[in-house]
Design a protein around this ligand. Sequence first.
Ligand code: ZN
Ligand code: ZN
Length: 220
Amino acid sequence: MRALDLLLPQRCVVCGSGGRQLCAVCRDELPRIEPPLCIRCGAPTAWPVERCRECAGRRLAFASARGAVGYDAAARRLVHAWKERGLRRLAADAAQLVAERVPPPAVEALTFVPSDRGRRLERGHNPAERLALELAAIWELPCLPLLERTRGGRQRGSSAAERRTVRGAFRAAGAAPRSVAVIDDVYTTGATAAASATALRAAGARRVHAIAFARALRRG
Ligand SMILES: [Zn+2]
Ligand SMILES: [Zn+2]
């Protein structure tokens, strides 16, 4: 925790009320992702399906993807404060929310989506790594730095841009365990999770699960 965080009165990063970085009201109001879900990509669906409109016809290297909350305006504010301001406490809150919604994955280890060097130097931390470490403690699993970036930064903007940017963006730093869960802060199109899974499978993983704190939801 940085000195400023200790000195300044704490305010909720979502609503601004005094007290905690994430107040109980805003925490309760974050839109939990509830079943039924697409078994593959974790999108909420009318009934459980193996493929949904969002993922059908896509080649996705992960076995499943799950998110804890919908990526609405409140979740966006929380993720922003946690990423850009480095509010460590929020990573722990996010991990608790994930653990409430997502069952412990049947894997040998967790890993995380690496941030590119520039962003990491700028922020001094990798938000996905923080979340993975918190989850590893809750689930009593090892957290291994299995992935590295091959190039470039993470693209913001359109879904097509994300897909183009992340294809081939990662490689494994060494041999991967047979089953791994890759942790990220936000799941948007699934392209990042898929590229991570592709790299892990190339390094020996048989099953890769993707787990994110927040998941973008399409309006149905
Ligand atoms: Zn609040
Ligand atoms: Zn799906």
